[in-house]
Design a protein around this ligand. Structure first.
Ligand SMILES: [Zn+2]
Length: 144
């Protein structure tokens, strides 16, 4: 089976890291035996990786990715809290209006008072997390 150099070059990084399947490995090795330019490509790859490792670029890049990942997670979490709190506060208001107040036969006024502080609580959480989200986004934009 004849495989194009393009396919082999796609596989080279995996082959280099030794994470490709046994079949791909055999394919790459077979191809490398008869293809000078792909051998050169693998060598270049080798040099590049070594160069990066020596300069600790790999470590830096990994740290950057890890940091961005952490920030994304924090952002996603804050977003979730903001949306949930907003929904909850709106729900409290809606519930309050739906349930409404009612005067029992003996004259006691029954109102879902508990919903009022709950509304303020959720609105407050939404406000705080909304502000945090704003600053997280701003920080991220600054980092580029
Ligand atoms: Zn080739």
């Amino acid at each position: 089976m004849k495989i194009s150099c393009d396919v082999i070059r796609d596989l080279l990084p995996l082959y280099y890291d030794n994470v490709c399947s046994e079949d791909s490995k055999i394919l790459v090795e077979e191809h490398l035996e008869q293809c000078e330019s792909c051998r050169e490509e693998l060598k270049k790859f080798d040099i590049e990786i070594k160069y990066n490792t020596v300069n600790l670029e790999d470590g830096k890049a990994m740290k950057k990715i890890a940091k961005a990942w952490k920030q994304d997670k924090a952002k996603a979490f804050t977003k979730g809290v903001t949306i949930t709190s907003l929904l909850m506060s709106v729900m409290c208001l809606v519930m309050f209006n739906v349930i409404g107040s009612e005067v029992l036969e003996d004259g006691t006024l029954v109102e879902p008072f508990i919903l009022i502080p709950l509304f303020y609580l959720f609105a407050f959480i939404a406000l705080i997390s909304g502000i945090s989200l704003f600053f997280i986004s701003k920080y991220r934009a600054k980092q580029g």
